[in-house]
Write a protein that binds this ligand. Structure first.
Ligand SMILES: [Mn+2]
Length: 355
């Protein structure tokens, strides 16, 4: 298995590439969507995005150049110069695929654009595209001193049951969407049909391009959020996703935190089951306390999950993919995010060497 590091859009700097390498990373997962775009009250951007029910930032198409082969090759070169391999892009831009999620009038045009992105990744030699098939997106969480020593981190106390505001899809604001999602209230079956169409269209292109599509489970993992259904909110729903369109390119972005927050299943048997099938493309290697809807993100060594036990299972099943920290609590110093990440990376590197 390989040690990786995840970087948000605004963190794609040579200094952060060196930081990742200094932490021992050999691989990088890159976010090309700026979740914080034009969001004025978001002062802490060196952390995972959070919102007050009004969404993250604005999703638009001003930075479409990021998804071209030319840019991918340029960024890949910059990463390689710092001794890093580009393993995955995490998340499509909601502005590129909102009607795929909503079954709207532009879905055919939008899926063609997604296909082009996958082909571009194939040409640039980026092996994996992580995605989260979700209408409401990642929302309904709060930030408090949940972790050891009063470190600030993210958690959830109750499910956000308010309707989606107009124009909010995947928890980002889209000026181009002027219809209200709730107007077309949908069932779980309907959402699965949309996923089926998305995978049926995209997987053949992914196979040809040599790119894996890796699905993140729902964060937070609850059956409904903002009156919209969720897809993978229990571990066994990953079976349904894999079987929806069977393909070697149909894989998982395996988030230990979100999976352990689910009320069904046992995180060790879930890890065993999907790693033995070689279905895990990369892992969000982080720890939590509690179960949805009441849980907290905590330091890697203080949560409910025995991370060493997870690594032993992965080793036994010959897991060859990448582990990234995903999120960590903010540490009390001048660089709270970097310190939190360095702490997690040191733990991960030592643990991998030990097992
Ligand atoms: Mn995750």
């Amino acid at each position: 298995m390989k040690l990786g590091f995840n970087l948000y859009r605004h963190m794609l700097t040579p200094e952060n590439f060196r930081f990742a390498r200094q932490c021992g990373a050999t691989h990088v997962v890159v976010h090309l969507v700026d979740y914080f775009k034009k969001k004025e009250n978001n002062t802490i951007i060196n952390d995972q995005p959070i919102d007050n029910g009004d969404g993250w930032g604005v999703a638009d198409r001003e930075e479409d150049f990021l998804w071209t082969v030319e840019y991918m090759l340029q960024l890949k070169k910059e990463l390689n110069e710092q001794g890093l391999e580009w393993y995955a892009i995490e998340n499509f831009n909601p502005a590129h695929w909102y009607d795929v999620l909503l079954d709207g009038p532009k879905k055919q045009e939008q899926i063609e654009f997604l296909k082009q992105i996958i082909r571009n990744m194939g040409k640039a030699g980026i092996p994996c595209m992580g995605y989260n098939f979700s209408i409401a997106g990642v929302t309904g969480r709060i930030k408090q001193s949940f972790a050891r020593g009063g470190a600030e981190s993210v958690g959830m106390n109750e499910i956000n049951d308010n309707s989606l505001p107009e124009g909010l899809v995947w928890n980002m604001q889209l000026d181009s969407v002027n219809y209200n999602v709730e107007a077309g209230q949908i069932t779980h079956d309907e959402l699965w049909n949309r996923l089926d169409w998305f995978l049926s269209e995209l997987l053949p292109v992914a196979e040809e391009a040599g790119v894996i599509l890796a699905a993140h489970p729902d964060d937070p993992p609850v059956p409904f959020l903002r009156k919209t259904p969720r897809l993978v909110y229990q571990p066994q729903l990953y079976d349904k996703l894999i079987n929806t369109v069977p393909s070697p390119a149909n894989q998982l972005e395996f988030c230990l935190g979100s999976l352990a927050e689910m009320t069904d299943g046992d995180i060790y048997s879930v890890t065993d089951k999907y790693s033995i099938q070689q279905k895990i493309s990369y892992i969000h290697f982080r720890n939590i306390k509690g179960k949805a809807p009441e849980y907290k993100e905590v330091f890697i060594d203080e949560g409910d999950i025995d991370m060493i036990k997870i690594l032993r299972i992965l080793k036994r099943n010959n897991y060859q993919g990448v582990l990234v920290p995903d999120h960590t609590p903010q540490m009390s110093c001048d660089a709270p995010w970097h310190a939190g990440m360095a702490y997690a990376m040191g733990y991960m590197k030592a643990a991998i060497e030990m097992i």
